[in-house]
Design a protein around this ligand. Sequence first.
Ligand SMILES: *Cc1c(COP(=O)(O)O)cnc(C)c1O
Length: 413
Amino acid sequence: MTTAPARPKTSADWIAIEQSTFFPNRRPPVVIERGEGCRVWDVEGREYLDFISGIAVTSLGHSSPVVQRALAEQSAKLIHISNLFYSVPQLELAQLLLGNSPFDRVFFCNSGAEANEAALKLARRWGKKHRDGAYAVITAEHAFHGRTLATVTATGKEAYTRPFAPLPEGFPHVPFNDMDALERATDASTVGVLLEPIQGESGVHVATASYLRDVQDFCRAKGILFILDEVQTGVGRLGTLFGFERWGVEPDIATLAKGLGGGVPIGAMLARESVAAFEPGDHGSTFGGNPLMCAVAHAVVSHILENDVLGNVQRVGGYLKRALEALKAELPIIQTVRGDGLLIAVDLTAERAPDVVRLGIEEGVLLNATGPTTLRFAPALNITQTEVEEGLARLKRTLARLDAPETKTPAAG
Ligand SMILES: *Cc1c(COP(=O)(O)O)cnc(C)c1O
């Protein structure tokens, strides 16, 4: 008989397990055990303020009572039944999302990539029916749409696609915020345009006020689809239920995921009736629209709409942005501050963003670097101004430590 090994205790013990079991990964050395609101604690009991919320996912904070209650109630009733049968939570969630948007049809799935994959398949299906088989979807440089073969091709980042060639056809890229380039790239094969209102993963690059409106008008004039990826910007992140409301546009198709389930995995693809080209059997998902996930998402979205969470995003997001701008006036390492609502980025004058993430952990704040010079802030939508102030004090202490030579990450090799 073998005895079970002792359960690991420290972060280092757990990280040793990761290194012998996972495909190679890169993440800062902290093992989180529990969370409450905007705070989390690691396995050694240290507390952190969370400024990234699982990449804009835990929209109502960690272990939100809203999420807990929905999970408890629905899990006691029905967890899974598949789409072989109808179930109530997915129908209620459909009504809630469609009743608060310009869309008429919804498809539920489990992630952002799947929501975009569904949008791309719907666009091609629509192209076959209505546009002589047009199939190409124009996307923007520095976009992020997911990691499946189609969505990573739509993403277009060489580092993400090169190891997986050959890639599917029909994903031309144009510079973001450049209308002329989009017009030049459009031809008879073009079925639509897919954009993020704010490019989140590449560092919070915001579409100009006129760009999304011009793209919408151009798509309408050409009779092609205007598709917005709201996986990161949707469900209140920008202070409106859908990010596109900030630009006064209404796409033909939009996708949601990240914040939709408040921490549980769920995605959705929403479309207008005029583009709803799927026939029975064209697309599907075993877990998509799972009663447990839909009940949670319904509770999360209802809570956001009924408790002025959107107002909180506008107020506290505005405060965070102004406070970061004030910090910029004080600290030369900060070059620019940009973003909207609670999706904000800071560019540094040096390639120190990964150092800031690592030192931030020592100072008790969870941050995210989207690249060598860029930090992204995407806290829970119900974060308070007091919590933001506390997190910023920790950030300031972190940035002050950058001058010390021992804080510099040694060159790899
Ligand atoms: C995160 C993200 C995705 C991919 O979502 P996954 O759930 O990781 O598949 C797609 N589009 C945007 C804009 C995102 O931010």
